[in-house]
Design a protein around this ligand. Structure first.
Ligand SMILES: O=C(O)c1ccccc1NCC(=O)[C@H](O)[C@H](O)COP(=O)(O)O
Length: 335
């Protein structure tokens, strides 16, 4: 049976604006559409499953859209397993959050190099499986022993083979460095899940979230004691984010040098953004800036540092090494 279907979820105006194709919508703040405009192709109905025919426009245009569209399904399933009321009880019982931004600033002051956020990452859409012998706790302990100031833990299951349980396991094993929940956050439920699992900070991606949503999620993060890393990939995104009243004590900014739509990595992007007037404004306002993705060598670290970044976020080059502790020391040139 064929059936026409429209998205039934109510959407705030910002999300509606964002879901229209950017080329016909000059107001759009983000190019990424948050949901399939005509709804999902698979419509479950009891034991049966109906497949709704799709127009080209109803398919994800890139991996970031694909990931974000899948989040709607994933979050709905999470809520079935753990309703919000129960999650809020877990949240109340969570250990106090640690100072993620403070730890990075402290490390930068101590070692004279950008504070390192080392990423616990098994796989990625661009690289496939990066570390087949993946033990999140062992890797986290090694990163900490090597001198990482903070850790980033991928929690996305489908595209990165991550898990919220890794946050819990790393915390339970006594790792002391603050933890970033590396997730594609589109709803407050995910923030609560991150905090209840032991995260101290969350990632919010400007390419996915228009300013109204960013403002709301930053506020909701503060309510549950989470600090925030707002990630941009372009000068335009940074200019937009700067229109928000963000507190540099609770929010840091990151420049992702990987284009999440094409996977292309370009460290020059870091320089371009930091050299722009928005980049200079960010530094004037006292935000801690992180350079992210494609950092493999001490020379890359030095390059990102001279652009004005006080932190770096590094995954692949550390996690693929058999000895992640040595890999951290080598990257930071610690004897
Ligand atoms: O890494 C990917 O393939 C990817 C694809 C789509 C969305 C996000 C993606 N990565 C997230 C990241 O930005 C990186 O995990 C992080 O910056 C570390 O990058 P790297 O050091 O290059 O592993």
């Amino acid at each position: 049976m064929q059936q026409h279907h429209r998205a039934t979820q109510p959407a705030c105006r910002a999300a509606e604006v964002a879901s229209r194709p950017a080329e016909s919508n000059p107001d759009a703040e983000v190019f990424i559409r948050r949901r399939a405009p005509e709804g999902l192709p698979d419509q479950p109905c009891g034991a049966m499953q109906f497949v709704v025919p799709q127009s080209e426009d109803n398919k994800p245009r890139n991996i970031l859209e694909e990931i974000v569209w899948w989040k709607a399904v994933e979050i709905a399933r999470m809520k079935e397993r753990l309703p919000l009321a129960r999650l809020m009880m877990q949240l109340k019982a969570a250990q106090p959050a640690r100072d993620f931004i403070g730890a990075l600033r402290g490390a930068q002051a101590r070692i004279g190099k950008p504070g390192l956020i080392a990423e616990v990452k098994k796989a990625s859409p661009s690289r496939g499986v990066i570390q087949p012998n993946f033990d999140p706790v062992r890797i986290a302990q090694a990163y900490e022993a090597g001198g990482a100031a903070c850790l980033s833990v991928l929690t996305d299951a489908k595209y990165f083979q991550g898990s919220f349980e890794y946050l819990q396991q790393i915390r339970a094993a006594g790792v002391g460095t603050p933890l970033l929940c590396k997730e594609f956050i589109v709803e407050a439920y995910q923030l609560f899940k991150a905090r209840a699992s032991g995260a101290d900070a969350v990632l919010l991606i400007a390419a996915v979230l228009p300013n109204a949503d960013l403002a709301y999620l930053v506020k909701a993060s503060a309510k549950c004691s989470l600090q925030v890393l707002v990630e941009v990939h372009s000068v335009a995104e940074l200019e937009r984010v700067l229109k928000l009243e963000l507190d540099p004590e609770r929010v840091m900014l990151g420049i992702n040098n990987r284009d999440l739509q094409t996977f292309e990595v370009d460290l020059q992007n870091n320089q371009r953004i930091m050299d722009s007037s928005a980049g200079k404004e960010v530094q004037k306002r006292g935000f801690l800036m992180a350079g992210e993705s494609g950092i493999f060598t001490p020379e890359h670290v030095a390059f990102v540092q001279q652009t004005g970044c006080g932190a770096i976020l590094v995954g692949e080059s550390l996690v693929k090494e058999g000895d992640p502790e040595q890999a951290v020391k080598k990257l930071l040139s610690i004897a």
